[in-house]
Design a protein around this ligand. Sequence first.
Ligand SMILES: C[S@@+](CC[C@H](N)C(=O)[O-])C[C@H]1O[C@@H](n2cnc3c(N)ncnc32)[C@H](O)[C@@H]1O
Length: 315
Amino acid sequence: MAAPSPSLLAHPFVKWPGGKRRLIKQISKIIPDKLVKGRVSNYVEPFLGGGALFFSLQSRLDVDRVLLNDKSAPLINAYRVAREDVEELIEHLRTLEETFYNRSAGRREDYYYMIRDKFNERLAKDHDSTDVEAGALFIFLNKTCYNGVFRLNKSGKFNVPYGDSGNPRICDADNLRAVSAALAPATLSHKDFKSFSRLLPELDTRSLVYIDPPYAIKNGTSGFLHYNNKIFSWKDQLELSKTVEELRSSGARIIISNAAHPDIEELYPEPKFHRLTMNRSSTIGGTESSRKRVSEYVFTSYNLPRNARLEGWGE
Ligand SMILES: C[S@@+](CC[C@H](N)C(=O)[O-])C[C@H]1O[C@@H](n2cnc3c(N)ncnc32)[C@H](O)[C@@H]1O
């Protein structure tokens, strides 16, 4: 992953719930020295989302092969479009942004719902080939919907309401160009994480795998975890831990983010895994004041560097 541009380093181009922008400083510090200073044979992210860790590391690591995946096909379409047709994407986004800004507050909401309908028409189509317009509509909706949430209803339609968040930046052309360059060496896919077991023969001790699945929701103060079967069930968590265990046998350096809960601790036990706890404010929720402090676990499949007990960890 070579530096894309001397003037601007790429950063996530979508706002993504569960995105790790606030944690990347800490996570970056636990990347093994051997990988930071030498070559990385494979960089693998099966749960890419907004790609906070990938973008923060891509200019710093020297990687032979990059595999980026997320089950969400419309999200991966946006990544492919950003990589392959960035100028056309920027043109579409500029038009959407201008039309949106030129409307009064009340009429912006109507425009949002019109674009949402248009996007839903395209969602029905096959996403295996890149679709620049669908990519632009996806980014527009991500910037203008409620909290950047991407949720489909039972009929597979995007149903998130308008976010009414003032004047969101919809077309960040410089960043999109930097993103395009950063993605150039990557293989992008939209598979289920289970298919990553097949990578086992290709991984080695110079491979870095970052696993960041959707988290379960903590139920009130009881500490009980509620798993949303539609998003990522407890069965998925169990299967994921088996996939991680398989990949671990290759000696690959694996980092896993997950909810801080005894159920999760049991999935990644010591001494096979090493655990850190950190606290941050939740990025999902209504207003800033209603956002809660949440703890998260980070597990590694390798011994943590001595300086891993950092400010911000285990507060
Ligand atoms: C917590 S988010 C990842 C956030 C990301 N690390 C970031 O910084 O933005 C989890 C992601 O997993 C994806 N996902 C959910 N189920 C999946 C599955 N079975 N296989 C692969 N990806 C899945 C979701 O679409 C979501 O983008």
